[in-house]
Design a protein around this ligand. Structure first.
Ligand SMILES: *[C@@H]1O[C@H](CO)[C@@H](O)[C@H](O)[C@H]1NC(C)=O
Ligand SMILES: *[C@@H]1O[C@H](CO)[C@@H](O)[C@H](O)[C@H]1NC(C)=O
Ligand SMILES: *[C@@H]1O[C@H](CO)[C@@H](O)[C@H](O)[C@H]1NC(C)=O
Ligand SMILES: *[C@@H]1O[C@H](CO)[C@@H](O)[C@H](O)[C@H]1NC(C)=O
Length: 294
């Protein structure tokens, strides 16, 4: 009898032990480039949860990126929802060179990702004022792209080893194999105002809030040069109207220089000495910047 109740107890707790998992969503709305959507909804999802869109690097996937950061365990403890877009196209790189993606409501991978956000906002009554994004390498490039094309959708973004909005436009493909690497090699020269104009022209007439941005890059990155991150910072500095205020060292570790704009709550960069491609994801620093962690 005692043994039997033990077995019953085990069965009763079994569903909890297995818990939430990453799920494929096949019908999420308009999807002009036919990319894929995965979602992670934690067991203890918050009321009106925040959403974080997490974008994989070239050659990656939604499912692999799910296991490459500690964001899922932070979702478990904080109740936010994670969207993992997944592209099968262009060597599994995001189309950040595509004029459609670089235009508000223009189409491209960007529009498909906005469909995923819309679907999630509606289905889970998520908080439209707390939609965030992050990405690594090509995913970081897409983070900057979405910040420019859809400033109305995202509250903040974090880009690890990416490029400025529109840096790769005019390039055939934005992949490490493409013959044209002038953007990734940091060779595109523009003034901060010119970088900012690309963003303003992506959504003409828009006067609302712009996403707050956190930019991470390795100073030993030869695939996507650190100059690309400086260009992104100059771009957002111009768009957000925030002047460079100071540099600091020691956050998140002794190897890093923190480049602060304004009071640092809307724009900051982290450059790691000896850090290559890609800069490691710092979940804590990022979630604090987003306002999800105190
Ligand atoms: C992306 O890949 C999917 C699946 O192979 C394909 O149906 C779609 O046409 C591709 N989209 C683009 C823009 O190449
Ligand atoms: C997403 O939702 C917004 C607000 O309802 C709407 O304006 C926009 O057209 C939608 N975009 C897509 C791609 O579904
Ligand atoms: C190479 O790509 C850049 C954008 O990254 C573009 O401005 C330039 O015109 C391209 N060069 C050639 C030769 O296509
Ligand atoms: C701040 O840090 C950036 C990135 O390392 C560097 O380019 C810039 O020169 C620094 N500025 C000062 C005043 O130290």
């Amino acid at each position: 009898m005692k043994m039997l109740s033990g077995v019953v107890g085990l069965l009763a707790t079994a569903p909890l032990a297995f818990g939430a998992s990453l799920q494929r969503v096949s019908d999420f709305g308009s999807n002009p480039t036919r990319i894929n959507m995965y979602i992670y909804v934690p067991d203890k999802v918050a009321t009106n949860p925040a959403i974080i869109v997490a974008m994989h690097p070239c050659g990656g996937s939604g499912t692999s990126f799910f296991s490459q950061t500690r964001l899922p365990s932070y979702a478990d403890s904080n109740g936010f929802i994670l969207i993992y877009p997944d592209t099968p196209n262009m060597s599994r790189c995001w189309d950040v060179q595509n004029a459609a993606t670089l235009t508000h409501n223009g189409g491209g991978d960007a529009a498909a990702i906005i469909s995923m956000v819309n679907h999630t906002l509606a289905k889970y009554t998520a908080d439209p004022a707390r939609v965030y994004m992050m990405g690594s390498s090509s995913g970081a490039m897409m983070t900057n792209a979405l910040a420019g094309s859809y400033p109305d959708v995202f509250e903040a973004g974090a880009a690890y080893s990416g490029i400025a909005f529109a840096c790769a436009s005019g390039q055939g493909q934005a992949t490490p194999m493409a013959p044209n690497q002038t953007c990734a090699q940091g060779q595109i020269r523009r003034t901060p105002k010119e970088w900012g104009d690309f963003v303003r022209n992506a959504y003409p007439g828009y006067t609302g809030k712009r996403p707050r941005m956190q930019i991470y890059h390795g100073l030993a990155d030869t695939l996507v040069r650190p100059a690309c991150a400086m260009q992104a910072l100059q771009q957002w500095s111009d768009v957000l109207g925030l002047p460079w205020s100071r540099n600091a060292t020691g956050t998140p570790s002794a190897a890093y220089t923190q480049v602060v704009y304004g009071d640092g709550t809307k724009l900051e960069g982290f450059f790691g000495q000896g850090v290559g491609h890609t800069a490691p994801v710092n979940e804590q620093l990022m979630l604090k910047f987003f306002g999800i962690l105190k």
